[in-house]
Design a protein around this ligand. Structure first.
Ligand code: PMP
Length: 287
């Protein structure tokens, strides 16, 4: 089956889909994106993803290329045309195409790209055994709350993790606080059983999975605290885990080579993973 992409208002073969060489996303990383999960052919947590897309666009003063209702139709159509049962939808909006000049162009029209692909469920081995993370300096800019396509520091960080034999890199700011992972939010469970993650300020992306897990924790009577933690605290934690749309919720069992807890996925982490997966199934069914 040949894949179909939505580019600048048209459905085109994925193989030949293209934007102009003077697209500002290509030249300046002047754009934003979203990644949504598809479960049983339905979008998961669409409201929150579209709300965050709107916010990212607003912060960069890019006029939305489509009204929300029209965008929702495109998302459904791209899922349908690609016959995605379980998979991912990628949305990218750039400020448009214009002769290269840093300041906003007078007349550029935002360029919307939407793609979809099938994927197998998250590797059960990762959930079973947990993953290792390394810690590295957070070299990113000061507006990590915007889901911008400028991901150079994230790319370098993820590659550093791969080369160290780890799954993810946790980013540490100048004051020693863990902000988040290169493409995931970072969490620990303290000795007292409180679940801790960095507050949703400008230092992190407020993950849609993060928000769902906070809802789950509060509904489950657990203690959820939004505050930063250090690498030292994380290494002493009872449990640790990471979250994102593509990874769902994965146990972290090693940080810089040091075992967390007894080196196996924690009990609360396992429970939260199951509750999150149930949330995904429920959210998709409600579409
Ligand atoms: N932080 C960063 C830097 C990310 O890139 C992502 C994934 N896009 C996340 C956190 C997790 O966000 P979400 O749960 O919305 O996928």
């Amino acid at each position: 089956m040949s894949r179909i992409a939505y580019v600048g208002g048209q459905y085109v073969p994925h193989r030949t889909a293209a934007v102009h060489i003077e697209d500002r996303g290509y030249q300046f990383a002047d754009g934003v994106y979203e990644v949504l999960a598809v479960c049983g052919g339905r979008l998961v947590d669409e409201e929150r993803h579209l709300a965050r897309l709107g916010r990212s666009l607003g912060e960069l003063r890019i006029a939305p290329p489509l009204a929300d209702a029209a965008l929702r139709l495109v998302l459904r159509e791209i899922v349908r045309r690609n016959r995605v049962g379980d998979g991912l939808v990628y949305i990218q909006v750039t400020r448009g195409t214009a002769p290269r000049e840093h300041a906003f162009p007078a007349r550029a029209k935002a360029v919307l790209v939407v793609t979809a692909r099938r994927r197998r469920p998250v590797d059960p081995g990762l959930a079973e055994n947990g993953v290792a993370v390394i810690t590295i300096p957070d070299l990113r800019w000061q507006r990590c709350d915007i889901k911008a396509v400028a991901l150079t520091a994230n790319v370098l960080g993820k590659q550093a993790a791969r080369e160290a034999g780890a799954y993810e890199a946790w980013l540490v700011d100048r004051d020693g606080w863990v902000t988040e992972g290169t493409s995931t939010n970072a969490w620990i469970v303290t000795a007292e059983g409180a679940v801790v993650t960095h507050p949703a300020d400008r230092a992190i992306l407020n993950g849609v999975t993060r928000l769902a897990v906070l809802d789950i924790l509060r509904g489950d009577g657990q203690i959820a605290i939004e505050r930063p933690f250090t690498v030292a605290e994380a290494k002493q934690a009872r449990e640790a885990f990471l979250t994102s749309t593509t990874n769902e919720l994965l146990p972290v069992v090693r940080i810089d080579g040091d075992s967390i807890g007894n080196g196996a996925p924690g009990l609360l982490t396992r429970r939260l993973r199951e509750l999150y997966r149930a949330h995904v199934a429920r959210a998709a069914a409600a579409q």
